[in-house]
Ligand binder design. Structure first.
Ligand code: ASP
Length: 342
């Protein structure tokens, strides 16, 4: 039996073709995918496509779209062995992070991919990304179980954990990286899977998280941050959670106005998660005094989580109305490999 793969098209550059007369980019009709990319017939799997009615540039992506994607996966979960989500690269790491938290107990591959150049462009990176993403989603072990049982992101020869990556280039085909976790697979002459890095298999039934709280904000601190502006942000009546992007290993100013503003917000119930602005590495609030103070006032460590994963995890956890301690425990526990606790 050949594996059944569902290709879910949400939009993005990958789905565009160039009108050779006008030079303009226009959406590609995904119903004709197999005719337009004959290479797909060579793959050892059956492919069906599902296209969103209004494909979007991923800059317009939001939690409503995430819910629609999870619904399509849920409705087709029994029929298909794997899912490939075609998505614009700009916010792909947010969506792959969000879905990793929204699809609880996932036991089938959900592989995000896209491209820097449209599928109809002569020099496109779309074909390789699409073909290998499908191959990865179709991989099965000797018991016919999917090899990958988590949300991944495939781009330019590498498969990353979906909630570990970040977009690093608007120019290069190698547009993503996973700074704190090596890639899960690499496509060369052979497809090399790093089995020891994959999430353990689970047998529980799939559950969908439907409620996300968007009353959150990412706050990147910088030398010279203005007390009044910070105060105004943190005193917003509806604010429920903040991802605080700090310096180095989780450090922030020690000036009383800064700490008081943060502490008052935490006392009012705002959850504050500390992630580093650094490209790689981890928050360690016990390392410097500047970090210890944050810990004392109730800031939660994001360890080595990406901002993309932190903000989406926050959206998923907030509706659970957890106490500060419960929230800290939940955030600092890896649900699906999104952070490393040393
Ligand atoms: N702006 C596009 C998007 O994210 C870029 C891409 O597809 O790579 O939808």
């Amino acid at each position: 039996m050949k594996p059944n793969i569902l290709l879910i098209y949400t939009g993005g550059t990958i789905g565009m073709v160039k009108d050779f007369e006008t030079g303009a980019l226009k959406p590609f009709n995904f119903d004709q995918l197999l005719e337009r990319i004959p290479e797909l017939h060579l793959l050892d799997c059956k492919i069906n496509t599902y296209s969103f009615e209004n494909p979007i540039d991923s800059s317009d992506m939001n939690p409503t779209h995430w819910k629609s994607i999870t619904q399509v996966i849920q409705e087709n979960y029994e029929t298909y062995d794997g899912f490939v989500v075609l998505h614009g690269s700009d916010t792909m790491a947010y969506s792959s992070s969000a879905l990793s938290f929204m699809l609880k107990n996932l036991s089938k591959p959900v592989i995000f991919t896209g491209s820097q150049l449209p599928i109809g462009d002569l020099r496109t990176d779309a074909k390789e990304n699409l073909i290998t993403a499908i191959q990865i989603a179709a991989l099965q072990d000797k018991q016919n179980q999917p090899v990958i049982q988590e949300v991944g992101l495939y781009f330019e020869y590498k498969l990353y954990r979906g909630n570990r990556c970040t977009k690093i280039s608007a120019e290069h085909f190698n547009a993503f990286t996973s700074p704190n976790l090596p890639h899960l697979a690499e496509s060369g002459v052979h497809l090399k899977i790093e089995n020891h890095l994959l999430l353990p298999k689970n047998k529980l039934p799939l559950e969908i998280v439907e409620e996300l709280d968007t009353r959150v904000f990412v706050l990147k601190i910088f030398p010279g941050i203005n007390p009044e502006i910070l105060k105004n942000i943190l005193e917003m009546p509806n604010l429920r959670g903040i991802v605080l992007e700090t310096f180095g290993s989780g450090n922030a100013p020690t000036e009383p106005w800064f700490l008081d503003t943060l502490e008052n917000a935490i006392k009012r119930g705002v959850k504050v998660v500390n992630v580093t602005q650094c490209w790689g590495g981890s928050v360690d609030m016990g390392k410097y005094e500047t970090g210890t103070t944050l810990q004392k006032i109730g800031v939660v460590s994001g360890h080595d989580i990406t901002t993309e994963a932190a903000i989406t995890k926050l959206m998923v956890l907030l509706p659970q109305n957890l106490s500060n301690i419960e929230f800290q425990q939940a955030f600092e526990t890896a649900v699906c490999g999104e952070l490393t606790i040393e």
